[in-house]
Design a protein around this ligand. Structure first.
Ligand code: PMP
Length: 329
């Protein structure tokens, strides 16, 4: 039987390898087969949980692995848990420490992706957030390919809108909040596009399925404000900082019309997995001259160098895994 997924471009292709054998679960390290969750887990039916995605980048010259913005990711996990009213049993510094230990146990000497996850794991059949047992885990995958093609992507404006904060809290990276982005991504793939850009219910540009959006019009860089139902992206903060340093003027945070995407000079997506990706086309219209923008390419190079700590810039954004403790941050 042919399913929708069969006709989507790239279905089944994953930039990640097999999950690594050691998993951190509720303060202990377990082998992956012993870390499984029940089919009855609350989160499986109701999408009740929150998660993070953290990049670790291998620097072959220094033989060191660097976590990128680990503390910021665990602080956001803490804020997400607060919004959902869930207890997070470990502090951000404890979770950074656990991540370091996890990567060491798995002997990671290559690029990897960490998935911290806080879910309602209790087996109650009840639609509510309170009074159900939680479970916190961190698992890891090797990154073996590109999450999104760094040469650039062709986007469509999705018919699925980004869920407004009044229905699903935008700044909580909630598991259940990914139903809309998943539908949007499949819609885009089925239509022959690489990625979807979602609008808010009122029609402003929000973000792509797992990344934030920046546009350049002339000398001005723009990004939707956090009140336009976007995730408060950590790469978004980095891109804002790098662009302000480079151009000498702050990025403007304001609502963007969909038609501004058709007339802007440069457009990019940014997120932990992809870092920065040029958008070459939106709804069949070329962005600028249809080539990756100069500043976008510079940003991608800059973020890669920062991620593997090879250019001496923003070293406080990275944490060394094997040297942790000697140079703890
Ligand atoms: N928006 C959404 C919906 C996302 O899932 C992500 C990925 N976490 C982002 C934006 C980018 O956020 P970050 O830079 O923190 O990875």
């Amino acid at each position: 039987m042919r399913t929708t997924t069969d006709r989507t471009k790239g279905a089944g292709a994953s930039p990640f390898g097999e999950p690594l054998p050691w998993v951190f679960v509720n303060s202990e390290f377990r082998r992956e087969p012993e870390s499984k969750i029940s089919v009855h887990a609350h989160a499986l039916t109701y999408g009740t949980g929150t998660f993070e995605g953290i990049r670790a980048t291998w620097n072959p010259k220094e033989r060191e692995l660097y976590l990128l913005e680990a503390a910021a990711h665990f602080e956001r996990l803490g804020r997400s848990a607060r919004v959902l009213g869930l207890p997070l049993p470990l502090s951000p510094p404890e979770l950074v420490r656990a991540s370091v230990e996890l990567l060491r146990r798995n002997e990671v000497r290559f690029d990897a992706y960490l998935r911290p996850l806080l879910v309602l794991a209790g087996e109650e059949l009840a639609v509510r957030m309170h009074g159900i047992g939680t479970r916190v885990s961190i698992s890891a995958w090797p990154i073996q390919g590109d999450y999104i093609d760094p040469a650039g992507v062709r986007c469509m404006i999705s018919s699925w809108r980004r869920a407004p904060d009044v229905t699903t809290p935008s700044r909580a990276k909630a598991t259940g909040g990914y139903l809309g982005p998943a539908l949007a991504k499949t819609e885009a793939a089925a239509a022959g596009y690489d990625e979807a850009i979602m609008l808010t219910v009122s029609g402003n540009v929000a973000e792509a399925t797992t990344s934030n959006v920046f546009a350049r019009r002339g000398r001005e860089w723009l990004t939707p404000p956090v009140t336009d139902d976007v995730l408060e992206g950590i790469t978004r903060d980095q891109v804002k900082t790098l662009l302000a340093e480079r151009t000498g003027r702050p990025v403007t945070e304001r609502s963007l019309h969909r038609s501004e995407l058709f007339v802007c000079d440069e457009l990019l997506l940014c997120g932990t997995a992809a870092l920065v990706v040029p958008v070459l086309e939106v709804d069949g219209r070329p962005v600028g001259d249809g080539m990756a923008g100069d500043m976008t390419r510079w940003l991608l190079g800059e973020l890669w160098s920062i991620a593997r700590r090879s250019n001496g810039r923003h070293e406080d954004w990275t944490t060394p895994v094997y040297g942790y403790g000697k140079d703890a941050r």
